[in-house]
Design a protein around this ligand. Structure first.
Ligand SMILES: [Zn+2]
Length: 120
């Protein structure tokens, strides 16, 4: 039996376009409340649904206009108070039920141990 060598189809090298190593890119997002930039996974995404409602999007993959908030209670409360969410998601008003959901989520955050190293 003769071993056949599989020949890869060679693509012509296109100048300027190098495949292979690319720098590790961590997607960064900005909290709509405190404007701090974090790695995407350190934030929670809010998404505006087609019906104009706001929902939490822990996967960060849902379709629709999105906005990000830190997992920090202050940011949530400020965003609710300042209507930053409405502004970021281009809503005229937050649905009362959605507001309750977001307020409840903010309260959940308060119970989480916050590892605040403190900034100097
Ligand atoms: Zn924040």
């Amino acid at each position: 039996m003769q071993k056949q060598h599989m020949q890869a189809v060679r693509e012509p090298m296109s100048p300027g376009k190098q495949s292979g190593q690319r720098p590790r890119h961590v997607p960064q997002r900005t909290c709509l409340s405190c404007r701090t930039t974090h790695a995407k996974r350190a934030l929670l995404r809010l998404v505006r649904t087609a019906a104009g409602r706001v929902e939490l999007d822990p996967t960060g993959k849902r379709n629709g206009r999105g906005a990000y908030l830190c997992l920090n209670r202050n940011c949530w409360e400020l965003a609710l108070k300042r209507r930053s969410i409405e502004r970021a998601l281009r809503l005229t008003a937050l649905h009362p039920e959605d507001r309750v959901v977001l307020e409840q989520f903010a309260q959940e955050l308060a119970r989480m141990p916050v590892d605040d190293a403190g900034s100097t």
